[in-house]
Design a binder for this molecule. Structure first.
Ligand SMILES: Cc1ncc(COP(=O)(O)O)c(C=O)c1O
Length: 433
């Protein structure tokens, strides 16, 4: 009879082996770490962020002296515009350094509500705005306030990496709606309607989209809205964090379609359009009921976001958008350079993204190819290969619900992009079919 259940392998092996006391202590320490954890099942089951993991691996390789080009991160490489920096300095000098109201200063919420009217023609009172430490917090606040266990959330794939974990953490069930490169990674209305069940509580998507850069046109949004109008209880969550990195003549929000604002929630923030990832400012705009619930939640867990950031946000939201438009133009020109090079590589298929700063090529052509006798089984293996052999860091599509694809961020200088493409092309041509 086994004295210990099979999962206690390290402990059992240690006892079976004729080991020294010191070694036994080491085994016991490992045993404790593996099996005597104080952590909850919920945190143990939470996935690590693939994008952060890849960034860490790329940094580790760079620390060993390799010249790594990191195209794995979703972060603009420009400095925050000067007038926003100045507003932050002034905030400190004027002692905006105390706790603020949980949902944000009245002036900050007013600036958000004016922005929504100016840019999106959507009317919200400042009381319907909740500012948070980034769009990320706004989304988890919202899901925790909306979902009961077992509620389904429709999630078009490829999706932003954190949506899935957030829905699960909030006890919801993600219902993934896949879309491939041949449909520019955008779901069709028939697909949406087919996925709706009596348990559908919400729909969550980003346009412009992370990871694909796809942007739904006004007509495509109206096609989706037409389906939603038949199901008035579904909450439509529109993550518009890439609003200002949109290469189409204008940004369209699904909440602008008839009947959508009343049951929709806008998520947005300053990280991408103003290059303010470290400042931590996001917000949601919703019905009064939902906004009040989010304030209640945030009040217990984090309180408001940084007071200085909130003052700087007023300058960003109400100030000159020229620097933002210049960044967008730079991203568009990088997109052109990166896409042209990518499409010239044998076997790669990619859509022409109209926003954000990502390319999302379908690389399934290379699956099953070999290098030094090793078979590239999936996109993760191809990422490992490109990191180790070409020293270019990308993220496997599996993390975004799209196996067979890779995400490539072009939020870096054109020279780096060209060098990365040279390396990728060389490495892929070294694979054997
Ligand atoms: C689609 C999407 N939503 C939300 C976020 C989170 O942004 P923030 O920095 O405001 O938390 C990101 C960041 O990568 C994103 O890509």
């Amino acid at each position: 009879m086994e004295l210990y259940p099979p999962k206690f392998n390290s402990f059992r092996n240690a006892l079976n082996a004729n080991v020294h006391r010191f070694q036994l202590n080491c085994f016991l320490a490992i045993f404790e770490a593996e099996h005597m954890t104080k952590l909850s099942q919920k945190i143990l089951e939470l996935r690590d962020s693939e994008t952060l993991a890849m960034a860490a691996r790329s940094r580790a390789l760079a620390a060993q002296g390799y010249s790594v080009i990191n195209l794995s991160l979703g972060e603009p490489d420009f400095p925050t515009p000067l007038h926003i920096q100045e507003a932050a300095h002034e905030a400190i000098r004027n002692n905006f350094t105390y706790y603020t109201p949980v949902a944000g200063y009245a002036e900050t919420r007013k600036a958000v509500s004016e922005k929504l009217l100016r840019d999106n023609q959507l009317e919200y009172s400042p009381e319907q705005i909740v500012c948070s430490t980034g769009a990320k917090q706004s989304i988890i606040n919202l899901l925790l306030c909306l979902l009961n266990p077992g509620d389904e959330v429709l999630l078009p794939a490829p999706y932003w990496v954190s949506y899935l974990s957030m829905i699960e953490w909030a006890s919801g069930i993600p219902v993934v709606l896949p879309s491939g490169v041949e449909q520019s990674y955008k779901i069709r209305p028939e697909q949406l309607e087919a996925a709706i069940t009596p348990k559908t509580k919400a729909f969550l998507f980003s346009s412009p989209c992370n990871p694909t850069g796809s942007v739904y046109t006004a007509a495509e949004l109206e096609d989706l809205a037409r389906v939603f109008r038949k199901y008035p209880d579904i909450v439509v969550i529109s993550d518009e964090i890439y609003e200002y990195i949109n290469f189409l003549p204008q940004h369209d929000s699904i909440l602008h379609c008839a009947g959508m604002q009343e049951r929709g929630v806008i998520i947005n923030g300053l990280s991408k359009g103003f290059s303010m990832t470290g400042w931590r400012f996001g917000y949601l705009a919703a019905s009064q009921e939902i906004a009040t619930a989010c304030v209640k939640l945030q009040g217990q867990f984090t309180s408001a976001t940084c007071s200085i950031t909130q003052r700087a946000a007023i300058a960003a939201l109400t100030g000159d958008l020229t620097p933002t438009h210049e960044m967008r133009d730079a991203f568009r020109s990088r997109r052109d350079v990166a896409l042209e090079r990518l499409l010239s590589i044998d076997g790669i298929r990619c859509n022409r993204p109209d926003g954000a700063f990502y390319l999302f090529p379908d690389i399934s052509h290379y699956l099953g190819h070999t290098f030094n006798g090793q078979t590239i089984q999936d996109a993760g293996a191809l990422c490992d290969y490109l990191l180790n052999e070409a020293h270019v860091a990308l993220v496997a599509g599996d993390a975004f619900g799209a196996p067979g694809c890779l995400r490539m961020s072009y939020a870096t200088g054109e020279d780096r992009i060209k060098e990365a493409m040279d390396r990728i092309e060389r490495a892929l041509s070294a694979l054997e079919s």
